[in-house]
Each structure stands twice: as C-alpha cells, then as structure tokens.
Design a protein around this ligand. Structure first.
Ligand SMILES: [Zn+2]
Length: 107
C-alpha cells in the first residue's frame, strides 16, 4: 500500500513523503501497525508488520504500485480535478474495518 495513517496524529501519509522517524504508522483499513519500506530498488510503500488477514495492499505488484502512483500524479496535475485522495475507502466496511476492535491476526 502506498498510504498509511501516522499514528501520532491519524494523518494519512504517502510512503514516498514519509520517513522512518515518522513511525509508527498503521493500516487505514485494519489499524494494525505497518512498516515503511523505503529503499533504492522498490517504490516506497507500507506493509503490515505482522501477517494479518487484512486485504489492503495484499498482492500489489511493483507494476500495480507504479500505476497507482502514476495515475495519482497525473490526476493531481489536471486543473479540473480536485480532492484527489490516494487509496480512498469505498465507504463500505470491509470485514476487518467493521470490527469494533480490529485485531492483527496471524495466518
Ligand atoms: Zn490492514
């Protein structure tokens, strides 16, 4: 996933604009801790710290992340497009986010 919530202020942040000292971060869907991966080879992204049942970010390939990032950057440049939000919730609760107290589940 390319975004996470900064735990200290609950602000949604982009991986490419974040730094490890900004941690801890949490998944916007299940609220489990996620880790910033920001190296030289892969696109900066977040991954769940523990193996969880949450589907957010699961199975996203490097091409998938790059496409999402390219679309986001292209839309932000359009004058007639406003309020572009990355990885926005659909508004429909997922099985993980509808729990009253989500748990980081080990598979
Ligand atoms: Zn999650």
């Amino acid at each position: 996933m390319l975004t996470a919530l900064r735990t200290s202020n609950n602000e949604k942040v982009l991986a490419r604009s974040s730094a490890k000292p900004d941690a801890p971060f949490m998944c916007p869907a299940c609220r489990c801790e996620v880790v910033l991966h920001k190296g030289l080879i892969r696109i900066p992204h977040f991954a769940h710290k523990a193996r969880v049942a949450c589907r957010l970010g699961a199975g996203e390939t490097e091409d998938h992340l790059l496409t999402k990032l390219s679309l986001f950057d292209a839309l932000r440049k359009e004058a007639n497009v406003q309020d572009v939000e990355f990885e926005k919730s659909s508004g429909h609760p997922s099985p993980m986010s509808s729990r009253s107290s989500p748990a980081c589940l080990w598979r």
